[in-house]
Design a protein around this ligand. Structure first.
Ligand code: PEP
Length: 255
């Protein structure tokens, strides 16, 4: 089955509103002809509205990086899925490993955030991935299965049909150390098999699974060529318009 690739950027805690506007002014013409993939940028909360305004009329989509699962309430410092939706965002990043590592995100809270995003009509991009210790102790598949079953596996079939998954080995994020295409494809195949076991082969064949972890213009080509890799979630290399545009264009001509 043909799955349209998604090239997604995660700006993490970088860029102010004025830097955001400048970025998109530079980035938009570089990807104006790119209709072979979906382009998504997950930007910091204070920049969402201006990002949405700046890309209006283009195919570039904007997503949040994190939200709380309640719609509103006494939760100081949090933003909700309805608030994200009201900015004009289409996507919501959920369960990034930095949220899991530093802010207590668990499979159970990933599930709640995913469901609350779906309830607002946002497309969640849900992250899973093992640490270096887990990989080196041969526990990658156990960890992925646990994360899948504890989070995504509890979605309804309809909910699952509306998500994107990102496989991001924690040891490859921001480290310059990328999974080999074989390693990444094997993990993606395993996640797809989990999806097939839980939701059937048709949905498993159609779900997009992105690879994340030090993706750069120099390595994205061979990753994107893998059978089970349907795009990338890019951190550092999404901060520079020309670098991210190169990755977008490489998705059209995998090695
Ligand atoms: C990320 O932030 O999801 C990520 C993969 O970062 P980097 O590309 O910098 O490793």
């Amino acid at each position: 089955m043909a799955r349209k690739p998604v090239i997604a950027g995660n700006w993490k805690m970088f860029k102010t509103v004025s830097e955001t506007v400048r970025y998109f002014d530079e980035f938009k013409p570089l990807v104006a002809d790119a209709d072979h993939c979906e382009i998504l940028l997950c930007t910091p909360s204070p920049t969402l509205t201006s990002a949405v305004d700046t890309v209006r009329g283009t195919a570039i989509q904007i997503g949040s990086q994190n939200h709380y699962w309640e719609s509103e309430g006494a939760f100081t410092g949090e933003i909700s899925a309805p608030m994200v939706k009201a900015t004009g965002c289409s996507h919501a990043l959920v369960g990034h490993s930095e949220r899991r590592q530093y802010f207590g995100e668990t499979d159970a809270t990933v599930l709640k955030r995913t469901k609350s995003a779906l309830a607002e009509g946002l497309t969640p991009v849900v992250c899973v991935g093992e640490t270096l210790e887990e990989r080196e102790s041969n526990n990658t598949e156990t960890v992925l299965a646990t994360q899948f079953l504890g989070g995504l596996g509890a979605l309804t079939t309809d909910e699952f049909s509306r998500i994107i998954i990102a496989y991001e080995p924690v040891w490859a994020i921001g480290t310059g150390r990328t999974a080999t295409p074989e390693m990444a494809d094997e993990a993606h195949r395993f996640i797809r098999q989990q999806a097939a076991d839980q939701f059937g082969s048709e949905l498993a064949d159609s779900v997009r699974i992105l690879y994340g972890g030090s993706v750069k213009p120099g390595n994205c080509n061979s990753l994107m060529a893998c059978e089970n890799i349907d795009g990338g979630l890019v951190g550092g290399a999404s901060l520079k318009p020309e670098e991210f545009a190169k990755i977008v264009h490489f998705a059209d001509q995998p090695a």
